[in-house]
Design a protein around this ligand. Structure first.
Ligand code: TMP
Length: 212
């Protein structure tokens, strides 16, 4: 693939959407052809799956939930991410396979090997060139441990969130090209850190013909 694939990961409300937009604008200013996308979702069919999987009051069982995320990913990877990379674009994606391991695996308790297998099927083995994992202190929760926001996954309890965060930390240590970012830091400090990591990983060394 001629392009580069950057994934932003982390718990809900860790600031990754803000950083994804800042990074998108930075790369556009540098003259790159960039696609900003997200999971679950990113294409019309995958966005419909997103609506189902995040609907607050639907009873969705763990394996069904896993399959919905993977269905969204299969569609998104094939329809949008791989074609954009083949055209030499830089793809920035909010969430990817690591989210499924963290949420459905470490937090929900589904078998991690099964999830890895499904991740591989859904992505046809496509791996990010750089994964940035944003972890903040648990400051967005009430003293009773309730999340202050409310999609279906955000309603999970403290134990779920702690397991998910532990999962992210474990995975960063053993995933190629993955870095932990302190999401409590100032937004501009984080932006500079992200840009430095892009340079360190030669993301912006793409050959000039790839630039628009
Ligand atoms: P978002 O709000 O960051 O777009 O993500 C939607 C929710 O879906 C969020 O709570 C994380 C969750 N999620 C999973 O549980 N498994 C997955 O594979 C993905 C991509 C997201």
């Amino acid at each position: 693939m001629r392009g580069k694939f950057i994934v932003l990961e982390g718990p809900d409300r860790c600031g990754k959407s803000t950083q994804a937009k800042l990074l998108y604008n930075y790369l556009l200013e540098q003259g790159f052809d960039v696609v900003l996308t997200r999971e679950p979702g990113g294409t019309p069919a995958a966005e419909k799956i997103r609506q189902i999987v995040l609907e607050p009051d639907l009873d969705i069982r763990p394996v069904a939930e896993l399959m919905l995320y993977e269905a969204s990913r299969a569609q998104h990877t094939q329809e949008k991410i791989i074609p954009a990379l083949q055209e030499g674009k830089i793809v920035i994606c909010e969430r990817y396979t690591m989210s499924t391991c963290a949420y459905q695996g470490y937090a929900r308790g589904l078998d991690l090997d099964m999830i890895e297998t499904l991740n591989n099927i859904a992505t046809t083995g496509l791996k990010p060139d750089l994964t940035l994992v944003f972890l903040m202190s648990d400051k967005y929760f009430s003293s009773r441990g309730e999340y202050l926001f409310s999609d279906r996954l955000e309603r999970e309890d403290r134990e779920f969130r702690e397991n998910m965060r532990r999962g992210y930390k474990n995975m960063v240590g053993r995933t190629e090209n993955a870095h932990l970012i302190d999401a409590d830091a100032d937004v501009d400090v984080i932006r500079e850190k992200v840009i430095a990591l892009l340079k360190q990983h030669h993301i912006t060394d793409l050959c000039p013909s790839v630039k628009s």
